[in-house]
Write a protein that binds this ligand. Structure first.
Ligand code: NI
Ligand code: MN
Length: 225
């Protein structure tokens, strides 16, 4: 499993010769100007919630790649009505495509489309293939529901928002990583806008003090699991 950070909440996961693209927000992110939205691969586009900074490039990429959109029911219906291929989930439910298990799990956040229409309830994803599993929290507060995840799944990586203001900040993300029982964290949802700018060195130190490894990848860089 290869995990690539594309800035903000955008993550690409290459697994079993397929590419899962999560929350594509490239063209609106000045920090991601080196990423070309017209060459990104996607067999599946996973969407955690309907906010602009998670869906901005969905249609552009889905039109070119014909990727299947996987999200909550309301978001998938929104894109199905526009002619896109999709597969709806709801919280606690999982689907399997190409032997990759994708489960939609709880998040504490909101989920309206940019025009204010209802985007269902927000979520995160637990993605598993063979003996590897990744948790993509999406935008969320720390929540006790996270404790349900390790009851079923031993995580190899937790991708957590750390930018504060709209989501968890660093201290709460450390608690979240305890709840999901994963000491390897990829930070996301930071530095994109002034309210979520962080001190990266201090964040890494705080995780280290809690015996956890916080990875902050340059945009476009990958890790192998
Ligand atoms: Ni959001
Ligand atoms: Mn967001």
């Amino acid at each position: 499993m290869q995990v690539t950070y594309l800035g903000h909440g955008t993550i690409s996961i290459d697994v079993n010769n397929k590419t899962l693209l999560i929350d594509p927000f490239i063209t609106g992110n000045p920090l991601a100007s080196d990423i070309d939205v017209n060459t990104l691969k996607a067999d599946y586009i996973l969407i955690t919630h309907a906010h602009q900074d998670h869906i901005l490039d969905v249609e552009t990429i889905a039109k070119r790649t014909l990727a299947k959109i996987i999200s909550n029911y309301e978001i998938v219906m929104h894109y199905s009505a526009k002619g896109f291929d999709g597969h709806p989930l709801n919280h606690g439910g999982a689907c399997v495509f190409d032997d990759i298990t994708i489960k939609y799990v709880n998040a504490v956040h909101t989920s309206s489309f940019p025009d204010g229409s209802y985007g269902g309830q927000p979520g995160g994803f637990v993605i598993s293939y063979n003996d590897k599993s990744v948790y993509v929290a999406g935008d969320t507060a720390v929540t006790f529901d996270m404790k349900l995840i390790p009851m079923q799944t031993k995580l190899d990586l937790a991708i957590l928002p750390i930018g504060d203001n709209f989501t968890m900040g660093v201290e709460d993300a450390i608690i979240a990583s305890d709840f999901v029982e994963c000491d390897k964290i990829l930070g996301c949802h930071y530095d994109t806008f002034p309210p979520i700018e962080i001190d990266k060195a201090a964040a890494i130190e705080k995780f280290k003090y809690s015996n956890k490894k916080l990875l902050l990848l340059d945009i476009g860089k990958s890790i192998q699991l």
